[in-house]
Design a protein around this ligand. Structure first.
Ligand SMILES: O=C(O)[C@H](O)COP(=O)(O)O
Length: 201
């Protein structure tokens, strides 16, 4: 049976500064590097066959730290911007608390967590899913169906799009879905690639 570990990058410098990040290519914070090391320790004993990662360094560095902890830096690794974080448009760089003061908590929650409402100039979660899911189906799921073990290092919202699909969440349910930084989320699948169980390690 196939297995996949989904991991959101460790805390980034702009997570630390509470800024909307999206496609801005910010580094991990020191704490984020620590989170990635701890994630590697939690994954001791797992053997991965293939890795997938976004085109952003916070996810790439998280994956590199995890694989180094596991001494598995030699596995095939595929990078694609299809796995990038949702583009936050005009909000990128803005402080989240200041933005909530300016536009209201409710409006910021809608921009951050709704399914089909776009932040100004940015992508909705639906837009993000429309690039994440085709990539997953075409490039990642075949490895899972072949019974391989996959690790996917990506972002809060690109992984929310994938988890929404795997867990068959409604737009109402996805409003309450958050993916923590640096926490390995293990999925087990049946021989057809249908999720059987999932848990944070
Ligand atoms: O892009 C960002 O700002 C973060 O990675 C995710 O932000 P959010 O949790 O506010 O969607």
């Amino acid at each position: 049976m196939g297995m996949a570990v989904l991991i959101r990058h460790g805390e980034s410098q702009w997570n630390l500064e509470n800024r909307f990040t999206g496609w801005v290519d910010v580094p991990l914070s020191p704490r984020g590097e620590e989170e990635a090391k701890k994630a590697g320790a939690k994954l001791k004993g797992y053997r991965f066959d293939v890795a997938f990662v976004s085109a952003l360094k916070r996810a790439q560095d998280t994956l590199a730290i995890v694989l180094r902890e596991l001494n598995q830096t030699d596995i095939p690794t595929y990078q694609d911007q299809a796995l990038n974080e949702r583009h936050y448009g005009d909000l990128q760089g803005l402080n989240k608390a200041e933005t909530a003061q300016k536009f209201g908590e409710q409006q910021v929650k809608i921009w951050r967590r709704s399914f089909d409402i776009k932040p100004p100039g940015g992508e909705s979660l639906k837009d993000t899913a429309e690039r994440v899911l085709p990539y997953y189906e075409a490039n990642i799921k075949p490895h899972i169906v072949a019974g391989r073990s996959v690790i996917i290092a990506a972002h809060g919202n690109s992984l929310r799009a994938l988890v929404m699909h795997l867990d068959r969440l409604t737009p109402e349910q996805v409003l309450e879905l958050n993916i923590p930084t640096g926490a390995p989320l293990l999925y087990e699948f049946d021989s057809a690639g249908v999720p059987l169980a999932h848990r944070y390690l």
